[in-house]
Design a binder for this molecule. Structure first.
Ligand SMILES: [Zn+2]
Ligand SMILES: [Zn+2]
Length: 327
């Protein structure tokens, strides 16, 4: 399907800046009408053959530039329940990347140059999100020791405690990416997303962007969500166990009870920069603007550029510059 403008017949896309459907041909707002296609391998607009991979749910026609949504890949078992619309447009994503990298990392003048922005794509990444109820129990022996001096004598007082904690935690929408194209470690670093922006899925949000269907089912990926949530439960439990001089555990259990799963699409900008025959991907969270970059130092090393890992970032950046000078 595509969204066609009621005013001028052009392809209407979703504009993150306007927060609405927008026709770039006649500046019409909310002027799009759904046009369903019979044949998924050709463009609804011009009839040209579409280059579709088996996991693409949308694509851009190479001949007329229309954004086509593949009906059968957004329906039935593949119909997402929720979607987080792009809030950051391409212009802003480029500005964010420039601000973060241009002066520091790459000396080549083509980095984020107009001619290389063909490789900048807004993509809806498929995620499974899991809800859990967690039941945490902790029983242990704790002591608190108090020492003071009176005259020439030092006094020690030891108090003994039976430490019991019972805690329930509701986890909502623990995300795990189900994408073929996006590396798992990068997607984990994309978090957090602000779930307040989640909308019920509608095709219109996908017009102007690329999309994928999930490549693994919810139960195949559940283990990763389970681990994430259990780790968080463990931390929350530990936070309640401070203040003792010694603490010996007798019983500890965290029971995770899966409640629900949600098939959700989340927005990510990806820019692949090609330099001396190598590819360097950079990612921007399409909602929050958080930036993830893969450095040339090692293909596997992925760093988040944010306040919390500042020291690591600077170390890595100096390595990057070193390598580029050698090249
Ligand atoms: Zn129009
Ligand atoms: Zn076309």
């Amino acid at each position: 399907m595509l969204f066609r403008c009621k005013n001028c017949g052009g392809n209407v896309i979703y504009s993150p800046e306007k927060g609405d459907m927008y026709c770039p041909h006649c500046d019409g707002i909310d002027s799009g009408e759904k046009e369903v296609s019979e044949e998924k391998t050709i463009c609804v607009n011009c009839g040209a053959p579409l280059e579709l991979k088996e996991y693409n749910s949308t694509c851009k026609c190479e001949y007329c530039g229309s954004y086509i949504i593949v009906d059968e890949r957004v329906s039935g078992a593949y119909r997402p329940g929720l979607l987080l619309p792009f809030r950051i447009g391409m212009k802003q994503a480029v500005e964010l990347l420039k601000k973060e990298f241009k002066s520091r990392v790459f000396t080549p003048g083509t980095f984020l140059d107009e001619s290389t922005l063909e490789e900048m794509k807004g993509m809806y990444v498929p995620f499974w999100m899991y809800d859990y109820g967690a039941d945490c129990t902790y029983i242990g022996q704790g002591t608190k020791v108090r020492v003071w001096t009176g005259g020439d004598t030092e006094y020690t007082e030891t108090s003994y405690y039976r430490v019991v904690r019972k805690m329930g935690i509701d986890f909502q929408k623990v995300p795990v990416d189900a994408s073929i194209e996006m590396p798992d470690d990068v997607m984990d670093l994309m978090e957090p997303f602000d779930y307040n922006g989640l909308e019920d899925f509608q095709e219109k949000y996908m017009s102007g962007f690329y999309g994928e269907i999930y490549n693994q089912k919810a139960d195949e990926l559940e283990g990763r969500a389970h681990q994430k949530a259990e780790k968080d439960a463990e931390c929350l439990l530990q936070e309640t166990l401070t203040g003792y001089t010694t603490l010996i555990p007798e019983q500890k259990s965290i029971k995770m009870d899966p409640k629900a799963t949600h098939y959700t699409l989340l927005p990510v900008w990806r820019y692949i920069y090609k330099y001396q025959e190598k590819e360097y991907p950079f990612y921007v969270n399409g909602q929050t603007g958080k930036i993830i970059g893969s450095t040339p130092v090692s293909k596997k090393k992925v760093l988040a550029y944010g306040g919390t890992v500042f020291a690591a970032v600077w170390m890595a950046l100096s390595l990057v510059i070193g390598i580029l000078e050698i090249l």
